[in-house]
Design a protein around this ligand. Structure first.
Ligand code: TRP
Ligand code: ZN
Length: 880
């Protein structure tokens, strides 16, 4: 049992519970202020359990025990002990028995939003990872699978809708205006997948017929009046269900699938069996208030939670160390879904940008941890970009190593072998070995080792012998708590391009395992030699970003610009442009300004890309999105001065715009459209192209661009165009900026989800008043102090996405964020800990800023008692 002291939980200590819970029946009386929960657990000692072994269940300070009985007989006070951590029955029966407890809980007071709580009048639950213990005494861990039945009772006026997992088996009216519903889930599950919802909700309904002909009733529940904003989510759900049948042969397994949108939620969404609960920002969409990015997120998170039904629910995790077993795999699946629904190259580039922006800094800083950690103090702090996004990259590498058919065969075996189990990463890898015949023991190290590998590839060509050579070097920098790093298995997809721009073939290869277009590099060093190469090729390396590494090469700018025009791999075409632009900025920051010829060459390549007939507008938009301030800071890595980076990057944009303005203006006009809004890939891409062109023009100070932005803001027919125009003026902080920000607030922020957009705009403004503005917003009497979306839209955005103001040399940005964390920690530790992770880059600043950041962190540490969540992040941030 976990005490007040900060204890570390270790993977090596894993042990089964001494008792199995064969069945759980809950009887929940829901009422304002106090709800009563009676729980009947059918418990059985396991074969190896010594008779009389105490039964130790998890609990929390939210529970008030009102009665306790075993097999119908109340327990004597000396027979058990209930504390703020849990419940111990000292000498349970030696054969199967029923433990009956009755507790009182107060959902309205539960502002941590873990367990049973109330959001805008709706009662709901969040149990992952350790919320169920805040509802009743239980083995609150993922390897205890049980059959759940729940009877809910409430006032019919207050809560006409009563939902839980599985199938509705009984419902009816009672006296005194009460009614009830009984839900039964036929699939055994761990407690973290339990959910119930009670409230006065609107809903939309539809159905999906599975490939075997079963009709599934689909429902989305929401605040009254929002029903018309749920249709895109419903459409995404149906497409997800069809896709999982097509791509993975996975059919839905219950007769009902419900989604509930709630306004107060700590994360994006939750995959409870048959009853997904969503942060409402990932459900509601209409063109006037949601952007294209919102639609894209809704589609992918609806898919993600739906896909968990097989990768997470039917097959779950043995313990929380295995979190990436379900999360990495499910992110991989949702990424593939969105690629199939939209565009493979565009989505791949966006996924990699996100990985580099969120996961690389984590992996390179004090909070680095392996996708499968071996210890934790607070599991909530491990729902990270490493577990999710790097976890997905590891699965993607498996797919690359096995090939499409091999991967599908392995996944089939995984579902066949582990259905109904709580399992581990080792078992997952074993499935891939058995299905493919490949030895994946070395590959498995990806799950066990933190840090981003550095891969250097240097090439040379020998004309006399017609041989072409690649020298590969892999470096694995040490990470907190891990000193002896091993080289990892890197699948490097590649191609050789001849002088005329077409693919080149070769004769024989030696020096590493090379399969067609894939080098499998698993050592610190290798020399790969290709014979029968008639001309010096330009190599296209790490195509599609086939391994999550930092790649350096000896390619010249000319090579890169050649790739930008000729590479058959769209990811590397994009990457080549990014590399050239990055080098110009990084060199200039180091005091070596670019030449006109260099900017000219980059500008020409960008112009050719914009004029290409074969590329999608969405792809072109990414091509002209040059590395942002954060990307440049990551590349520079130490002694970072964000102000200098910001101004030099802006100068580069101005230099590029100096040459490209006419083309960008043309692109702007040709992609402008007054068509009725649709969130499809084509229209989204055109808007993205148009709005990126506008933002580049404004940020690069093109003549008339600020006026164009203001006009677009005023006449916009949808939120995508309106917000893009607002960002253009805010990022450039044009003379209009202040007035437009205020206009947006006054005209559009009655809707809380649009208020979040305004808070995000305010938080990302690269100008010195932003800290004072944020303080005033937080101090306003009507600011919703307990809503995670509002809090994060302002503060997490500031910490993560406003490099110049968070990183102010006078420390005001650091102090603001540290003080906010100390304050919000008293209300919602999960939000506090998450916001605090913005400090993970603190050691990369130059010394003045580094000192200020450290001072702010230290004063948070001295400010008094912090939650386990925040103390854990703080301690690691300062020590790592
Ligand atoms: N399992 C959820 C998902 O990725 C994540 C999640 C939802 C979560 N709510 C949470 C994680 C609360 C921790 C705490 O789909
Ligand atoms: Zn998930």
């Amino acid at each position: 049992m976990r005490g007040e002291n900060e204890e570390t939980i270790f993977l090596k200590d894993y042990a089964e519970t001494p008792y199995a819970i064969e069945k759980i029946e809950l009887d929940v009386r829901i009422a304002p202020e106090t709800s009563i929960i009676r729980t009947f657990l059918t418990l059985a000692p396991r074969a190896a359990t010594a008779p009389g072994t105490p039964l130790v269940l998890d609990g929390a300070e939210t529970l008030t025990l009102r009665s306790i009985a075993i097999d119908g007989l109340p327990l004597a006070l000396t027979a058990y002990e209930a504390t703020a951590d849990g419940l111990t029955v000292h000498q349970p029966p030696t054969k199967r028995f029923v433990l009956e407890t009755e507790v009182a809980v107060e959902p309205e007071k539960n502002i941590k939003l873990m367990g049973f709580y109330r959001s805008s009048g709706t009662w709901c639950t969040q149990c992952e990872p350790e919320g169920f213990r805040r509802i009743t005494y239980y083995y609150d861990r993922p390897d205890v699978l049980s059959l759940f039945k729940v009877r809910m009772q409430a006032d019919k006026m207050l809560a006409p809708v009563l939902l839980a997992n599985g199938n509705l088996v009984e419902q009816g009216d009672l006296t005194n205006g009460q009614h009830f519903a009984v839900w039964e889930d036929p699939f055994p599950k761990p407690a973290y997948l339990f959910a119930m919802v009670a409230g006065d909700l609107g809903s939309i309904h539809d159905s999906f017929t599975t490939s075997s002909g079963r009709k599934v009733a689909l429902g989305i529940y929401c605040t009254h009046g929002k029903e018309d904003e749920c249709f895109y989510a419903m459409d995404s759900l149906k497409r997800s269900m069809a896709w999982d049948e097509r791509r993975f042969g996975r059919e839905y397994d219950l007769d009902i699938f419900n989604i509930v949108a709630v306004s107060d939620f700590n994360f994006g969404a939750m995959e409870n069996k048959g009853l997904n609960i969503f942060n409402d920002k990932l459900v509601f969409a209409k063109p006037e208030t949601a952007t294209d990015a919102d639609y894209i997120n809704i589609e992918s998170v609806i898919a993600h939670e739906y896909f968990h039904n097989w990768t997470g629910d039917r097959i779950t995790c043995r313990d929380w160390f295995q979190l990436c077993l379900k999360e990495g795999l499910t992110v991989y699946r949702d990424q593939e879904f969105s690629m199939d629904e939209r565009s493979r190259p565009v989505n791949r580039i966006e996924d990699v940008r996100q990985l580099r922006q969120t996961q690389f800094p984590e992996d390179g800083g004090p909070l680095a941890h392996p996708p499968r950690p071996d210890r934790y103090k607070e599991i909530n702090n491990f729902y990270t970009a490493t577990v999710y996004e790097k976890g997905a990259e590891v699965v993607r590498m498996l797919a690359t190593l096995l090939g499409e058919a091999g991967f599908r065969k392995a996944m089939d075996l995984y579902f066949e072998r582990h259905d109904g189990e709580a399992t581990t990463i080792e078992a997952f890898i074993k499935v891939f070995e058995d299905a493919s015949g490949q030895d994946l023991q070395h590959f498995q190290q990806w799950y066990l080792q933190a840090g981003t590998p550095e891969l250097d590839i240097t090439d040379r060509y020998d004309a006399a012998s017609q041989t072409y050579t690649l020298e590969l070097t892999q470096t694995n920098p040490p990470t907190p708590g891990q000193a002896d790093m091993q080289p990892l298995v890197l699948p490097i997809q590649f191609g050789l391009i001849g002088p005329n721009g077409s693919p080149m073939s070769w004769g024989a290869v030696s020096g590493a395992e090379v399969r067609d277009d894939l080098i499998v590099f698993d050592k610190a060093k290798a020399t790969v030699t290709f014979s029968g190469v008639p001309n010096k090729p330009v190599p296209s390396l790490l195509r599609g970003f086939s391994a999550p590494v930092k790649l350096t090469t000896n390619a010249t700018d000319a090579d890169q610009l050649f790739l930008a025009r000729h590479d058959g791999d769209p990811f590397n075409r994009w990457q080549a442009l990014q590399d050239v632009a990055m080098k110009l900025v990084v060199d200039a920051v180091a005091g070596k300004p670019w030449t006109d010829a260099q900017v000219g060459a980059l500008g020409d390549a960008l112009e050719d890309t914009l004029n290409s007939k074969e590329l999608d507008p969405a792809y072109k938009a990414l091509a002209i999105t040059l590395p942002n301030d954060l990307a440049v800071a990551r590349e520079i890595a130490s002694n970072v001065d964000p102000d200098r980076i910001h101004s030099i990057r802006k100068q580069l944009l101005a230099a590029v715009v100096g040459r490209l303005a006419p083309t960008l203006e043309k692109v702007y006009l040709t992609n402008d459209s007054r068509l009725a809004y649709s969130p499809d890939f084509q229209q989204t891409g055109r808007r993205s192209m148009k709005n990126t062109a506008l933002q580049v023009l404004v940020l690069g100070s093109a003549e008339g661009a600020a006026t164009l932005a203001r006009e677009q803001y005023d006449r916009a027919l949808n939120m995508t165009d309106r917000l893009a125009a607002l960002y253009a003026v805010v990022w450039a902080w044009t003379p209009d900026a202040e007035a437009l920000v205020e206009d947006f607030r006054a005209r559009f922020t009655a809707d809380p989800l649009v208020l979040d957009k305004w808070l995000t705009v305010v938080a990302t403004a690269p100008e010195p008043d932003v800290v004072d503005r944020m303080k005033a917003i937080l101090a306003a009497p009507d600011f919703p102090q307990n809503n995670p979306n509002r809090l994060r839209a302002l503060t997490a955005t500031f910490g993560m996405n406003n490099p110049t103001q968070f990183g102010r040399a006078d420390g005001a940005g650091f102090r603001f964020l540290a003080e906010f964390v100390g304050d919000v920690d008293k209300r919602n530790p999960q939000v506090a800990a998450r916001v605090l992770t913005a400090f993970r880059v603190w050691r990369s600043y130059e010394s003045v800023r580094r000192t200020e950041a450290e001072k702010a962190l230290k004063s948070l540490q001295e400010s008094g008692s912090l939650s386990r969540n925040t103390a854990d992040i703080l301690e690691r941030t300062l020590s790592g």
